[in-house]
Design a protein around this ligand. Structure first.
Ligand code: FES
Ligand code: FES
Length: 371
């Protein structure tokens, strides 16, 4: 058993939980908050969606213990929320529910859509809702209800849920402070459309050595779990990235354009890929820079932006992806250090890739989850 302390619907809660207990079971079984519904328990249907630190997340794919220090908001926690009350009234007006099983998750996602995007088109609502499945009503009324509430509202009106507390997340040890400006992906992906993050990876090796390794895609590729390069032609790289988003294990095949500036020790890439299994697509951009750290260390600063469409779009706003990226970065750093020291061979990869693989992995994982 492990001790868990968090905020649930504005109430401080401390409890003992099994490490394997997922958040949905904890909310329903331990906290008696049965408004969170469980449909598939595989991250597909979205019925279990709750807000964790203001972002919609699959509670069936989130371990309760990972929410230590977090602000969790289930459907029961919105009774005094003006926007949620507007949405509830609109769902009634537009007959946006029938059996109601999907409705708690739909409302959680709907609140996120309106609060983040403001007035939003039907097309965009359908894209944003692609991770929430309704098997009896259909989507016309749901989309109309959300659209009606969004009319005239500005973006990011109420993006943060009240009483939000910081969620303890992984790999703080990989983050360092530096006055160096972060490289920026020249993304055509806006914040509203996709997701972005910055990661700083500390490598225990000299900066020139790290840059040389990162510049050799085939050499560094094996350091990135799940990626393979199938072809390199000029600045175009083709390959595949396999990730695991909870029980979903997409394999994205695609190509990317990669450029590097050795004088600045900077690289950039943009690309897109498709997973035939889920019919989902991912596109993303990334930039990275290698700078000197403390005591002979190097710091790789990576900026990423990505957008998922199709079934995996449900992960666009998921913390699962954020966690996956952090873990990926930690694994990549360990593998790269081992390779540079000649101490161990990184995990075998069909073919190399490197920053590309890191980026794709991040994009995809982030795409959904993290991994
Ligand atoms: S129960 Fe279906 S996504 Fe969680
Ligand atoms: S209203 Fe029945 S599943 Fe959506």
């Amino acid at each position: 058993m492990a001790t868990l302390s968090l905020s649930i619907n504005g109430r401080s809660v401390t409890a003992e939980v099994e490490p394997r207990t997922h958040l949905a079971d904890f909310l329903r079984g331990d906290q008696h908050l049965t408004g969170t519904h469980l449909g598939c328990e595989q991250g597909v249907c979205g019925a279990c969606t709750v807000l964790i630190d203001g972002k919609p997340q699959r509670s069936c794919l989130t371990f309760a213990i990972d929410c230590d220090g977090a602000d969790v908001r289930s459907i029961e926690g919105f009774d005094n929320d003006p926007l949620m009350n507007e949405l509830r009234a609109a769902f009634t007006k537009y007959h946006a529910l029938q059996c109601g099983f999907c409705t708690p998750g739909m409302l959680a996602s709907a609140r996120d859509i309106v609060s983040r995007l403001g007035e939003v088109s039907e097309e965009r609502i359908r894209l944003e809702l692609s991770g929430n499945i309704c098997r009896c009503t259909g989507y016309v009324g749901i989309v109309e209800a959300i659209r009606s509430v969004s009319l005239g509202k500005p973006p990011a009106m109420t993006a943060v849920v009240a009483n939000a507390r910081p969620l303890k997340r992984v790999s703080e040890e990989t983050v360092v402070r530096t006055a160096e400006p972060m490289p920026r992906a020249q993304a055509g992906i806006s914040k509203a459309e996709g997701s972005s993050l910055e990661e700083r990876i500390v490598i225990n090796a000299p900066v020139d050595q790290v840059w040389d390794a990162l510049s050799d895609l085939r050499r560094v590729a094996p350091c990135v779990p799940g990626a393979e390069i199938t072809e390199i032609e000029g600045e175009t790289v083709k390959g595949r990235v396999r990730i695991a988003l909870g029980p979903i294990k997409p394999s994205f095949g695609g190509e990317a354009h990669v450029t590097m500036d050795p004088a600045k020790r900077e690289g950039r890439m943009s690309g897109r890929g498709r997973d035939s299994g889920t019919g989902s697509s991912a596109e993303g951009e990334a930039s990275w820079r290698v700078i000197e750290g403390d005591a002979g260390q190097s710091v790789v600063i990576v900026a990423l932006s990505w957008r998922l469409t199709g079934m995996l779009s449900q992960f666009n706003r998921s913390g699962i992806v954020q966690d996956m990226v952090h873990r990926l970065a930690s694994t990549f750093a360990a593998n790269l250090e081992a390779m540079l020291k000649g101490e161990a061979s990184p995990p075998a990869s069909p073919q190399g890739l490197n920053p590309l693989r890191l980026i794709w992995s991040v994009i995809i994982k982030r795409l959904f989850g993290w991994s």
